[in-house]
Design a protein around this ligand. Sequence first.
Ligand SMILES: Nc1ncnc2c1ncn2[C@@H]1O[C@H](COP(=O)(O)OP(=O)(O)OP(=O)(O)O)[C@@H](O)[C@H]1O
Ligand SMILES: [Mg+2]
Length: 325
Amino acid sequence: MIEKTIDIQVLNDFEKGLDPRHPERSNIPARIIGYGEMSTIFEINLRSLDNYAFKRMPIFRSTEEIDYYEILYREYNRLINDDIDVRIPESTSVRVIPNEGNMVLYIVQRKLPAQSICDRVIKVLDDNSIGKLVVLILREMKKVFEFNASGGNITIGFDGQISNWAIKDYDGSGPPHIDEDTQFYYIDTSTPLMSEKGVEKLNPDLFLRSAPSFMVWLIKWFFLEGVMTRYYDFHLVTVDLIANFYKEQRDDLIPSLIERANRFFEEEASELDTAPITQKEVHSYYREDALIWRLYLSLRKLDRFLHTNILRKPYVYILPGKIKR
Ligand SMILES: Nc1ncnc2c1ncn2[C@@H]1O[C@H](COP(=O)(O)OP(=O)(O)OP(=O)(O)O)[C@@H](O)[C@H]1O
Ligand SMILES: [Mg+2]
């Protein structure tokens, strides 16, 4: 059991000595292994924590908020793994309560080989295998959207982008072989979007905490509704997955991936009645998405500058450097 092997005291010490601007210079040094849009994932350089990946979420303002989030997080993971049958790496969450400022939740996951994460995998596969990989990922996602369509009270929001998948049991030696038996892990479970009878259970404000305060109202007005609801829509989640290939500098593959996805919708998932994807839609989605995130990141950097240089208050979030899109 992963819970029993995590030394909570070490995480407390880690948080105390963390340098969010330069994590590698922290008292207990850490190495960043992944940036998402909203969070940072790192490994901690201690032998006892060698097998884990840590996602730090310094966003909670009260115990009630953490309690509620943790319940949702666990329920979301349980549903996906046990009921929907999409595998998730072993994981747990650990709280760290600093003397001042937000409470921090660390999501701890078994660390997977970097070469097994699918944005890396597509760099070493031939084009045909990439096509097969995308279809296999669609097959995993179909289970989620079938669950959503099955008429229960709960529906699941799901973010199927390529960097959220890993090839299971692949140790990274040689290009992986992709066939019908290839199995996957879904790793990005820290945004537990769940809706009960049409009402979202996850408090979206939590994910705006890391946004500059001067932007929160703007995000709420313009984006939030769309951003939250698109994860419930198989068509849009697939558009997002395919648009990733722009970011990965493989836009040459997009037409054939669209073709495969549309064939999948028609032949393998016909009961879900998913509208076919067009080239134009993927392109304009990508441009808009890239623009939003670039803007968002630069405003966060401005916010960090204001905090540290003008307000002279600590800035607790870790921001990525330049992201190539
Ligand atoms: N358990 C893990 N083992 C190895 N690498 C991981 C693990 N978890 C995350 N990563 C790396 O970090 C990247 C980002 O992780 P993840 O998708 O969970 O967060 P995220 O995209 O920041 O989430 P969000 O955008 O919802 O905040 C992954 O694509 C992967 O490269
Ligand atoms: Mg992710």
